[in-house]
Ligand binder design. Structure first.
Ligand SMILES: C[S@@+](CC[C@H](N)C(=O)[O-])C[C@H]1O[C@@H](n2cnc3c(N)ncnc32)[C@H](O)[C@@H]1O
Length: 300
């Protein structure tokens, strides 16, 4: 008798709980950006700008239904990874990968894009919002390898100017696609020595860098030269320096590859109608290195 009365109370409570659960989302997730899929025409343009190669590893941060990941895998890359905070999106992504028969080439991980391990990416795709891009910018610049390509649908990176921008019109609305190459961090002071007139002369390059742009002050022995025509693409460095003092006129063209605190490359030295190619091996004083992005521009 007593247990019957208990059920009379319990059944309406259980019913109320289950009806409430129907109206609530299956799991409460905090999204920094709502789910809006990129139209397939835009996905096509994003992957075209990314210049996919068979050796690429692509990450879509906030992957939605996994369409960018699946389309990248269909083009035959090494691996494509989608990260989304919403488990429903992850389930949809696996379903889409199954239908496209690319499950062996893809991975979908449920998690927060701000804490995801993305170090092995060679291409990163985004369809977020400007303030989310800005919050993410320090992570992209410090964790991704120089040369990694970043493509974003509709939202830019404020003072980090894109290397390329294109537009796609879909159903009368214009979509912008932005493209960047992660630059090596070459900030700070670099030292090496080079032979000039049979003597080894100490050289120092002081670099001030703003993302993929840099300025340099080159000190060769006792002469100071401002470097020009500076170019930084991923880890590839290129610049010119003109030494023009009373005793010496030299045109120096530096090209090299930055790898952490080392640069390896060549210097083409032109002087008095002669041209000589010499090795360039510079090392940085690690204490002089500064972060490319301190995150100060991001809205918190
Ligand atoms: C605008 S949609 C883009 C979907 C897909 N990249 C595309 O272009 O079709 C943004 C996605 O980011 C996810 N998202 C929002 N905040 C996130 C976070 N902090 N970490 C991971 N994913 C997040 C949302 O769930 C949503 O699926």
């Amino acid at each position: 008798m007593r247990s019957n009365r208990m059920w009379l109370i319990l059944i309406p409570i259980l019913f109320l709980i289950s009806s409430l659960a129907t109206f609530l989302p299956s799991q409460q997730v905090h999204r920094d950006v709502p789910y809006v899929p990129s139209p397939y025409e835009v996905v096509e343009e994003m992957l075209r700008l990314a210049q996919l190669k068979p050796s690429d590893i692509l990450y879509d941060l906030g992957c939605g239904d996994g369409r960018i990941v699946v389309e990248a895998a269909k083009r035959g890359i090494k691996k494509a990874v989608g990260i989304d905070i919403d488990p429903e999106r992850i389930a949809e992504s696996w379903e889409n990968a199954k239908q496209a028969k690319v499950t062996n080439l893809v991975e979908f991980r449920q998690g927060d894009l701000f804490t995801a391990d993305i170090h092995d990416a060679s291409v990163v795709t985004l369809y977020l919002l400007t303030y989310v891009n800005l919050k993410l910018r320090p992570k992209l610049l410090s964790e991704l390898k120089p040369g990694t390509r970043v493509v974003s649908h509709n939202y830019a990176m404020d003072t980090w100017r894109p290397d390329q921008t294109t537009t796609v019109v879909v159903d009368d609305s214009v979509h912008t696609v932005y493209f960047w190459i992660i630059p090596a961090n070459i900030t700070g002071t670099w030292n090496w020595n080079m032979p000039i007139d049979g003597k080894k002369i100490d050289c120092r390059l002081e670099v001030d860098q703003h993302f993929q742009y840099f300025q340099g002050r080159l000190i060769i022995g006792r002469d100071t030269v401002i470097v020009g025509e500076t170019k930084l693409e991923g880890a590839k460095i290129d610049f010119l320096a003109l030494l023009n003092n009373r005793d010496k006129k030299m045109n120096l063209n530096f090209t090299g590859l930055a790898d952490g605190d080392r640069i390896t490359g060549t210097i083409i030295v032109k002087s008095n109608n002669t041209e000589e190619k010499i090795p360039w091996r510079a090392t940085r004083d690690p204490k002089t290195k500064k972060p490319l992005d301190t995150g100060e521009g991001a809205w918190r």
